[in-house]
Design a protein around this ligand. Structure first.
Ligand SMILES: NC(=O)c1ccc[n+]([C@@H]2O[C@H](COP(=O)([O-])OP(=O)(O)OC[C@H]3O[C@@H](n4cnc5c(N)ncnc54)[C@H](O)[C@@H]3O)[C@@H](O)[C@H]2O)c1
Length: 313
């Protein structure tokens, strides 16, 4: 898949939270598409300087370690920005998102692309593992039952950006990411945690819940490609799913991790531990229609690449 020729060339792109797993990978790809400058503000609360170190001193990336919520920080950083790819986010980020969007509007930024989440979808649709449910974007029209404060914050962020597009004509788009994995991923995400436990030789190998929970883990390069395309092609605040339609049970993920790492262990189900939603998989047809995007990396392939990265890391 190729993106619009020259769209990013000469642009100054602000990646709020750009030292993160996804934000730093986006930064790499934007520079690969000839963005003039990527500006990053990150307080490194969960992001890592190592993710962007290769760009520091090249003149292509301006990095400021700061909290975007501190007075004046976001306003100053927004000056001269063409596009803001908003990745920064602690678990409950209503204030941070609102501030970034308001300052983008004041600074006349052409477009804001928001890192939203599959957590915006109603929990009550995701509780039965026997149903082959695929979540479509219209399911957030209400009634809403987002996943914890995090899901509500993402949903409110999307609604705010839709209002900004309508009322102020600012270009906006939201990308609903579904459980992203891949190189630079961190251990509070299931796939990376499982690989790390396999490397450490955990036996019995623990799986939370009864293992039948279903996820659509989506590879980082596909997520980044979709975000870049959304930046190019969506302006009216539309939210799109970026997720594969490959349905993977947690137990099968655990078995695949053991197989690909060569770790032989007995699986132990920890039914006392939390599982999150039982059945969460995206329908990605809107992204196909609007962006020409489809995920390219099947789970087994992405898992192998992630294992290779973590081994070398
Ligand atoms: N990883 C996933 O599976 C996933 C799924 C759905 C949505 N998302 C969203 O994608 C974005 C990127 O996620 P990620 O997984 O790469 O890592 P992340 O959630 O750790 O990224 C957030 C980044 O923002 C920075 N940050 C937090 N608060 C800040 C503040 N006040 N000022 C400046 N910087 C601040 C952190 O240091 C970090 O680099 C986040 O908004 C996240 O909610 C991620």
């Amino acid at each position: 898949m190729t993106t619009g020729d020259g769209f990013w060339a000469g642009k100054t792109v602000f990646v709020t939270g750009g030292a993160s797993f996804i934000g730093s990978t986006l930064t790499d790809r934007l520079l690969g598409r000839d963005a003039k400058k990527v500006r990053i503000v990150d307080d490194l609360s969960s992001g890592h300087l190592d993710n962007i170190r290769q760009h520091l001193g090249t003149g292509k990336v301006d990095f400021l370690q700061a909290d975007l919520r501190e007075p004046g920080v976001t306003r100053a950083a927004m000056q001269g920005v063409d596009m803001d790819l908003h990745q920064a986010g602690p678990a409950s980020n209503f204030f941070l998102d609102g501030l970034v969007f308001a300052e983008a509007l004041k600074a006349k930024v052409r477009k804001v692309v928001f890192a939203s989440s599959g957590c915006v979808y109603p929990n009550f649709l995701q509780s039965d593992t026997k149903k082959e449910v695929y979540l479509t974007e219209d399911l957030t029209k209400g009634p809403n039952d987002a996943d914890n404060t995090y899901g509500w914050a993402k949903l409110m962020g999307e609604f705010t950006l839709q209002a900004y597009a309508k009322e102020h004509g600012m270009g906006t788009a939201s990308c609903r990411y579904f459980t992203v994995y891949g190189p630079r991923g961190v251990e509070n995400h299931a796939v990376i945690a499982m690989i790390a436990r396999a490397f450490l030789g955990q036996n019995p190998f623990e799986v939370w819940g009864d293992g039948t929970q279903i996820r659509n883990w989506t590879y980082i390069e596909d997520i980044v490609e979709g975000t870049i395309l959304a930046g190019e092609k969506i302006s009216d605040g539309t939210a799109i799913n970026l997720g594969t339609m490959e349905r993977i049970r947690v137990i099968d993920c655990a078995k695949m991790v053991c197989e690909l790492t060569g770790h032989q262990a007995e699986i132990k189900l920890r039914q006392d531990m939390p599982t999150g939603p039982l059945n969460r998989v995206a329908d990605n047809s809107l992204a196909k229609k609007l962006l020409g995007w489809e995920p390219k990396v099947l789970f087994r392939e992405g898992l192998q690449r992630t294992i290779d990265w973590l081994r070398s890391y």
